[in-house]
Design a protein around this ligand. Structure first.
Ligand code: MSP
Length: 519
């Protein structure tokens, strides 16, 4: 069996409800998890919520709640979003869990034992929204001369006693790590991080004393850990660290931390430095994906354009939303969505192309052949079609998905679907019914084979719809993986077992756009 695969998303701040960006990251991670499982790998997929820190504490105070009450309520919305999006996580972690406190304290103790922590006084800028410290030189000027973080968020001057982590000590090793091919993708993010680290690293403030909503620092009264120290540790907690568990041995180091581009620094500078300090193996890859914008604009409360991902699921259906997001945006880059774009893309490619192919082919098999799947002689045209479908489904799609180039893989898949529809039009099986029924059977059964391959290949992206198609054509659950695409005997086995299929039910209905938005 291939290497185990440990995949994580960022854990979300539950200081508000989930938005499209959270949904995007969860969906992309889920596509990766399902893809790797279908490749036969043992996958562990973790996601969750990041519940400590000043941002949470202040939000709770604003609402007259204790932080834990806010965290409990909001975290449940993230979990509900994951369920609505069909996210196949193995572990949903919450940083308020006692085992997470234990793991964070164990990592802290290991860094302390390495001589990497010392007490001092922090004086500098802090952005509560980013939960990040910034140097004067990194700040940008906002309206009216206000100082803002490079992310455009307000910063406040902070002075307090704090523990520091000797980040500066790891500069050389971090540069070497960042230069390791594949460690940080896409490439463009690597140059940015290399510039940051090469510019010189200051030691990092890693505890706070002005509030207490966090993981207590071991043996240091009044100090809670800087929220990013405990947040990053979640990746270890979920495997049982510091205990030597089976999961730990099997899955650490992580194969892939999937995160947004705004938090690449935390994952490729601070996190590896903490791990180096504690003597732990480093994650194999961090991928910084792009941002999803609403008609080209960042969603924000002040613009009033924040969309609840649950509403999108309700309106378009979970698989349409998943398909759109993975298809529309080159993974790694920013992208935009709008109801029209979702409707147009899904109607053109899922309803009118793949859906139509499935509907008309399976209906003709049910009607003209009594649903009987039997051995047949292929012609040159049939062989050519199946070779092209196999090439997309067994070759290009898995190859590009392995490299996280989802839109490219889906495009190759889509081209194969177009070719199938062209083949139907050229072969015109409805006309063969009277003139050459044997040939009609060969055409329809060729399509049956193609549909099975196409449904298998796209399954990580649209699991519900792909399974509905595979159910209709009677492909067993155990055969719904990529190895099945290389199995050359499956069809003969089905045919010889006297396999039959019924008339298809619609799986890819067209989406409607309310008139008001038609413009
Ligand atoms: N809590 C930290 C992560 C800690 S990981 C140890 C955090 N939380 S967040 O809720 O602000 O963001 C969670 C993830 O969503 C991040 O990877 C972030 O980049 C991503 N996104 C937030 N807005 C986004 C878009 N508009 N589009 C795509 N992803 C974006 O950061």
């Amino acid at each position: 069996m291939a290497d185990p695969f440990y995949l994580t998303t960022a854990i979300n701040y539950p200081n508000g409800r989930p938005h499209i960006g959270h949904a995007y990251e969860a969906i992309a991670a889920d596509v990766i998890a399902r893809f790797q499982r279908m490749q036969g790998r043992a996958v562990r997929f973790q996601t969750g919520t990041d519940e400590h820190g000043l941002k949470m504490a202040r939000k709770a105070e604003e609402q007259g709640l204790v932080p834990r009450a806010l965290a409990d309520e909001m975290s449940s919305y993230f979990r509900a979003m994951d369920e609505a999006l069909d996210i196949s996580f193995d572990r949903f972690i919450r940083t308020v869990e006692p085992e997470h406190h234990r793991a964070s304290q164990a990592l802290w103790t290991a860094m302390n034992a390495a001589g990497d922590l010392y007490l001092d006084r922090y004086e500098g800028w802090y952005s509560v929204r980013d939960e990040a410290y910034y140097d004067e030189g990194e700040l940008v000027e906002g309206e009216g001369g206000a100082k803002l973080s490079p992310q455009g968020t307000p910063v406040e001057w902070t002075v307090e006693e704090s523990w520091f982590f000797r980040l500066s000590k790891y500069q050389d090793r971090l540069i070497e790590l960042l230069k390791t091919p594949g460690f940080l993708e896409p490439e463009s993010r690597r140059n940015e991080m290399l510039a940051f680290v090469s510019g010189g690293l200051r030691d990092l403030s890693v505890s706070r004393t002005s509030f207490d909503w966090g993981v207590p620092v071991p043996d240091s009264d009044g100090h809670v850990m800087y929220v990013w120290v405990d947040a990053l540790t979640n990746y270890l907690t979920g495997l049982g660290y510091p205990d030597d568990t089976e999961e730990w041995r099997k899955f650490w180091p992580a194969s892939l931390h999937l995160v947004g581009k705004d938090i690449v620094r935390f994952h490729t500078v601070y996190w590896p430095a903490f791990l180096m300090s504690a003597g732990l193996p480093l994650p194999r890859q961090v991928f910084g994906h792009g941002f999803i914008l609403n008609r080209g604009q960042k969603e924000s409360k002040s613009l009033g354009n924040v969309t609840d991902p649950m509403a999108l699921v309700e309106r378009f259906g979970v698989d349409n939303l998943r398909y759109f997001l993975m298809r529309e945006v080159a993974f790694g880059q920013d992208g935009s969505y709008s109801p029209e774009a979702i409707v147009n893309r899904c109607n053109a490619e899922l309803a009118n192309s793949f859906g139509n192919l499935v509907q008309r082919s399976l209906s003709m098999i049910a009607k003209n052949m009594d649903g009987t799947i039997e051995r047949f002689e292929t012609s040159e045209a049939d062989d050519a079609l199946l070779a092209q479908v196999a090439n997309a489904c067994r070759g290009e799609l898995p190859r590009t998905f392995e490299a996280l180039a989802f839109s490219q893989g889906i495009e190759a898949w889509m081209r194969a679907v177009y070719t199938c529809n062209q083949y139907v039009d050229e072969q015109a099986p409805w006309a063969l019914r009277k003139t050459d029924p044997e040939r009609m059977k060969a055409v329809l059964l060729t399509l049956f084979v193609a549909i099975r391959d196409l449904a298998l290949a796209i399954r990580p992206v649209v699991p519900g719809k792909a399974d509905a198609v595979l159910d209709m054509i009677g492909i067993a659950s155990a055969d719904r993986n990529y190895a099945a695409l290389a199995d050359t005997d499956w069809f003969v086995r089905l045919a010889d077992a006297g396999h039959r299929i019924g008339p298809p039910a619609p799986v890819f209905p067209r989406l409607e756009l309310p008139e008001a938005e038609d413009a």
